[in-house]
Design a binder for this molecule. Structure first.
Ligand SMILES: [Zn+2]
Length: 200
């Protein structure tokens, strides 16, 4: 059954969200209809504020509400170690692990010639600029253990090596084909501890 045009419009927006099907969208729409006016609008306002305030850190690509993210601004973090990840959600996973004290660099994906993802589409040049500034002694490549993730790790290792920077790859623990984002706390920790030199 078709609902009112306005309800249908909201459902059409909700269905665009990941994991939300038509049934869930309809349930959410009715839930919002039943809630207090202000309470329902709080969701709309939260989305509005998020889009207005949240941006990407100018240095590492993590999310931030100022030019630099909370991690880049934290003077107690170890600036000699840089962990390269594909997405911001991977930073969240490593931070959940709790033991890593270095900084990050978010690539925005991994190299994938088949899908048209070439080095210029990722945050590789900004990474190189950071490395050229000096101070980084170890680059830990924590791209996902996929074919593309491994190829990206090798590519980055060659670039870093040309600058004389030691490059390591996170170790076993995160299963091939899985992602850093969904690894649990212990697995992320073990992967970090078990990192080894990349031999280009
Ligand atoms: Zn940052």
């Amino acid at each position: 059954m078709e609902l009112t045009p306005t309800m249908e419009r909201l459902i059409a927006e909700l269905v665009k969200l990941p994991t939300i099907g038509r049934k869930s969208a309809q349930r959410l729409a009715f839930h919002l209809l039943r809630r207090e006016h202000d309470e329902a609008l709080a969701l709309a306002r939260a989305i509005e504020d998020m889009r207005a305030r949240v941006r990407f850190c100018q240095r590492c690509g993590n999310i931030a509400e100022t030019d630099l993210c909370a991690l880049c601004s934290d003077r107690s973090r170890d600036r000699s170690t840089l962990c390269v990840v594909e997405e911001v959600t991977d930073v969240v996973a490593f931070e959940r692990g709790g033991s890593y004290r270095g900084l990050y660099h978010v690539l925005g994906g991994c190299l994938s010639p088949l899908h048209g993802v070439t080095p210029d589409r990722l945050s590789i040049e900004p990474l190189m600029a950071r490395l050229r500034e000096g101070g980084v002694r170890e680059l830990i490549v924590a791209t996902n253990p996929s074919v593309d993730g491994e190829a990206t790790a090798l590519y980055l290792a060659r670039l870093a090596r040309s600058l004389g920077i030691r490059t390591t790859r996170i170790g076993v623990g995160i299963p091939i084909g899985s992602t850093v984002e969904f690894a649990d706390q212990v697995t992320v920790q073990k992967a970090l501890e078990g990192r080894r030199e990349i031999e280009p």
